[in-house]
Design a protein around this ligand. Structure first.
Ligand code: RP5
Length: 164
């Protein structure tokens, strides 16, 4: 069975269609790692029922890690983390007015008791969220560990010794 036919492993969610240009980078990295994922638009304030159903059913649906991208007040990752004990990685989306500082602080400053792993603002964060998800999955999946280590090796090899 190909990885695509298996049940989802990583759930990528985002508050708006406008987040997709950033969050599709997470999707791309997961696909490179051969990690199956499902990608959805879920807004904590615009579609609260969708968010509740997604979070409550995530474990049952075979999801191991959730990556949640949100901008502005960015409560989506924290709200999802409140509804499931699966690991949640929050990606702060670069907002128009505050350049994502609002998103970053909102996601990183979760009060004790409900953690959300937080990565960098924007595209670096989306890519790192996927790599972190791969790393979490690799604890119990040798193939993914191999894929992740291969990816890292390629990255190392791509760094030139001298600038030109
Ligand atoms: C948040 O509001 C979304 O995550 C998005 O980053 C931000 C702006 O959303 P749109 O107005 O572009 O739909 O909920």
């Amino acid at each position: 069975m190909s990885y695509k036919k298996k049940r989802p492993k990583v759930g990528i969610v985002m508050g708006s269609q406008s987040d997709y240009s950033t969050m599709k980078l997470a999707q791309k990295v997961l696909r490179l790692m051969k990690i199956n994922c499902e990608t959805k638009i879920i807004s904590a304030h615009r579609t609260p029922d969708r968010m509740y159903k997604f979070a409550k059913n995530s474990e049952k649906n075979g999801i191991s890690v959730i990556i949640a991208g949100a901008g502005g007040s960015a409560h989506l990752p924290g709200m999802i983390a409140a509804l499931t004990s699966l690991p949640v990685i929050g990606v702060p989306i670069e907002s128009k007015k505050l350049k994502g500082l609002d998103s970053l602080l909102s996601i990183a400053q979760m009060p004790k008791g409900i953690p959300v792993g937080t990565v960098a603002i924007g595209s670096d964060g989306a890519i790192n969220a996927a790599l972190l998800a791969a790393s979490i999955i690799s604890i119990s999946d040798k193939t993914i560990r191999k894929n992740l280590n291969l990816w890292r090796k390629k990255q190392t090899n791509s760094v030139k010794k001298k600038p030109n």
